[in-house]
Design a protein around this ligand. Structure first.
Ligand code: SF4
Ligand code: SF4
Length: 471
């Protein structure tokens, strides 16, 4: 075994901090290759959705809006009010379990392919940097030069573009919070008329500029809780970006015409290209590390080297530790099976709750202190208090009706044509009369429906209907 194989000194340092404990800026080499190409295509698609999202409407509602201050959440055109908060909690738990299952099986694929931080940094800001300043060597040269006219001009141009982009991203995020209509109104009426929103916009802009111009990979390594969880989520069967140490070691420099196998050398020619392209500054040959965001740049860099030295691609590839060490195929472990069962239960529960969610939330209770009354017409009457919340996105005109009991009468005090505005309550007194012969017990349960003027049922509730003992 080579010395490097046992070298654990990488654990004593992080890529973005130098020996003096100061920030060490990372200048990754521009990645090129199969995975980078498809990640680029996917990032274009995701960016298009992200920027178009606030303007997409489903049934007149935004595609996604998380109006925290207005206490209104819209997900895929479905409106959730504070009364639906339990649904959001279940949705959040389902999402966390999904992430856990997915990570246990496929590692940090999300980070490399879908995470907005990676997409913005690697596919937008870093590409602009490559365009303006050139590749790794050129960027380092500019960074090391004194603050002369060229450096000042280059930095001002780059930061101005970064600021404009950060402002555009902040606008988009604000639209997801307060809706595109409000942001467009703000643009029309000017920042002074919307000083609160404008301040939030500038804070967001500053935060994005800080993250993408300077903080960069530290967001993934130091701040992101998902990254910190890798240690407990991954096991030896998880698919990660891995260096095939069995095939690669003993690593040593390339010598033209040498039969490496015959002299006991592995396929790694220690060229350092996988390290040079890494945006978090790590050496994947040291094994899976917390800093690895699965960006695939090292796969592409190494595949390129393998092509050049006529070796098969995949010295660095998507694989689990067991696949590499024991040549085992992917295993659907007991842990994964358990996660999947929990996820399935949550998904079914979520689907059921969403499907049965009513647009009118009815709260109907018997009037305190009241008793049933048996009339001369042989009808039994009970009096209720109703409080009905309109959770839909428009005003509703409706009536309350009884289900499945012939000749029953429902009378709201003040008239049966009721109305509730958006997020408003309709409340009052309800008199329900049922022929005595229709009652099967003295503690009958009846179902009351909220029905709109077109006959659609908007909600329902079950209430007790006491009466005399059945004859
Ligand atoms: S790019 Fe491949 S060959 Fe070069 S050092 Fe990395 S693993 Fe070894
Ligand atoms: S080790 Fe490879 S996949 Fe991981 S962050 Fe570095 S370049 Fe990307």
């Amino acid at each position: 075994m080579s010395e490097q194989y046992h070298d654990e000194s990488f654990r004593d340092k992080v890529g973005f901090i130098n020996q003096d404990g100061k920030r060490q800026y990372i200048y990754p080499k521009k990645p090129v290759g199969f995975f980078t190409k498809y990640r680029t295509y996917l990032s274009w698609f995701l960016l298009a959705i992200l920027f178009a999202g606030p303007f997409i409407r489903i049934n007149g509602q935004p595609f996604l809006m998380l109006d925290v201050l207005g206490r209104k959440f819209v997900i895929l055109g479905q409106v959730f009010w504070p009364q639906d908060f339990y649904l959001l909690v279940i949705l959040l738990i389902t999402l966390v379990i999904f992430v856990v299952v997915f990570t246990a099986a496929f590692g940090r694929i999300f980070c490399g392919w879908v995470c907005p931080q990676t997409i913005f940094l690697e596919m937008v800001f870093r590409k602009i940097e490559y365009f303006l300043d050139g590749d790794r060597g050129q960027q380092m040269r500019i960074a090391n030069m004194p603050w002369n006219a060229e450096k000042i001009r280059r930095r001002l141009v780059k930061w101005a573009i970064f600021f404009v982009l950060s402002f555009a991203i902040a606008n988009t995020f604000l639209m997801y919070l307060v809706g595109s209509d409000r942001v467009l109104l703000m643009v029309q009426e000017g920042p002074v008329a919307h000083i609160g929103n404008f301040t939030a916009l500038m804070v967001f802009t500053g935060a994005f500029f800080f993250v993408f111009a300077w903080f960069r990979e530290q967001a993934c390594i130091v701040v992101c809780p998902y990254g910190r969880l890798q240690g407990v989520l991954l096991d030896r069967n998880s698919i990660v970006i891995a260096y095939d140490k069995i095939r690669g070691e003993i690593r040593s420099r390339f010598r033209k015409g040498e039969d490496r196998e015959a002299v006991g050398k592995g396929d790694c020619i220690d060229c350092g290209q996988c390290v040079a392209v890494c945006p978090t500054g790590i050496d994947i040959r040291n094994g899976t590390q917390l800093e690895c965001v699965n960006c695939t740049a090292c796969i592409d860099a190494c595949d390129d080297i393998m092509d050049k030295i006529n070796k098969p691609r995949g010295l660095i590839r998507y694989a689990s530790e067991n696949q590499i060490e024991h040549k085992q195929p992917f295993e659907y472990t007991t842990r994964l099976k358990l996660y999947t069962v929990v996820l399935s239960v949550l998904l079914i529960t979520m689907g059921g709750l969403l499907f049965s969610r009513s647009t009118m939330q009815a709260n109907i209770l018997r009037l305190p202190g009241s008793n049933y009354k048996l009339g001369e017409d042989n009808y039994v009457t009970n009096i209720y208090q109703y409080k009905i919340l309109n959770k839909s996105t428009q005003s509703q005109e409706f009536s309350i009706q009884i289900v499945g009991i012939e000749n029953a009468r429902v009378q709201a005090a003040g008239g049966n044509e009721l109305r509730a505005d958006i997020q408003e309550f309709a409340e009052g007194v309800l008199i329900v009369s049922i022929p005595r012969g229709e009652l099967k017990s003295s503690k009958e349960k009846i179902v009351l429906e909220i029905v709109d003027t077109d006959g659609r049922v908007l909600g329902k509730t079950k209430v007790g209907f006491p009466g005399p003992l059945a004859k």
